[in-house]
Design a protein around this ligand. Structure first.
Ligand code: GSH
Length: 213
């Protein structure tokens, strides 16, 4: 039986797993859960993921949640192009970047989302907003410094770090298109060029969040 992949449209965590499945050519059955309908909170889904979050994979009788760990599992359990380097030190650096983005970048991004999207315009505190935007700009400058001048994060083919970063950073581009006063000018030129290279990949086009099209 094909591996089952529980996904939610727009989730950066679920998107990275989708990209990894496609990249490695693993057969899977896509199960799309609707956040709006509360499907991540259904009793059936809660039974396989008590935290009620996507992604989760079910591979035979093996159930696994947590996107970063799923990437590790897929790379070790399945053949196909590698997601992580075979070199132990390079692999450790790749995992460091994933943890770094899931901790520091995610916090800076969520702080801006809290002020801009989760707060009514009339209740927005301009000082809080400016501070959150400055912290996100600082974080994005760190990632700009880490961007490759060409190709992908670890060489000529995209791999785990690209799949983790892309769903996060493309959100800034979307955000900038909708609210240029908030998110315009946040992405550096190397990040923009890398986003373009990623966006041109067939696997990215295939996995584009259904509700974005
Ligand atoms: N640490 C988890 C985070 C997953 C997560 O936060 N998923 C969110 C979507 S981005 C979710 O499923 N939220 C449930 C909901 O909003 O109903 C991972 O890496 O898999």
């Amino acid at each position: 039986m094909a591996l089952m992949f529980y996904y939610g449209s727009g989730s950066p965590y679920a998107w990275r797993v989708w990209l990894a499945l496609e990249h490695k050519g693993i057969a899977y059955e896509l199960r799309v859960l609707s956040f709006e309908k509360g499907e991540t909170r259904s009793p059936d889904y809660t039974a396989i993921n008590p935290r009620q979050k996507v992604p989760t994979i079910v591979d035979g009788d093996f159930v696994l949640a947590e996107s970063a760990v799923i990437l590790d599992y897929l790379d070790e359990a399945y053949p196909g192009p590698r997601l992580f380097s075979a070199d132990v030190k390079q692999r450790a650096q790749q995992r460091r970047l994933i943890v770094d983005s899931d901790d520091y970048y995610a916090k800076a991004f969520n702080d801006v989302v809290d002020v801009v999207i989760r707060t009514k315009p009339e209740q927005r505190d301009p000082a809080k907003l400016a501070a959150a935007r400055a912290a996100l700009a600082e974080e994005l400058a760190v990632w700009e410094g880490r961007m490759p001048g060409q190709d992908f994060m670890d060489g000529t083919t995209p791999a785990a770090v690209d799949f983790v970063l892309f769903p996060r950073l493309i959100l800034i581009r979307r955000f900038a298109q909708r609210m240029p006063e908030m998110a315009g000018g946040l992405l550096g030129p190397k990040t923009e060029a890398w986003l373009d290279r990623m966006q041109a990949l067939e696997i990215v086009r295939k996995t584009w969040p259904p509700h974005w099209t």
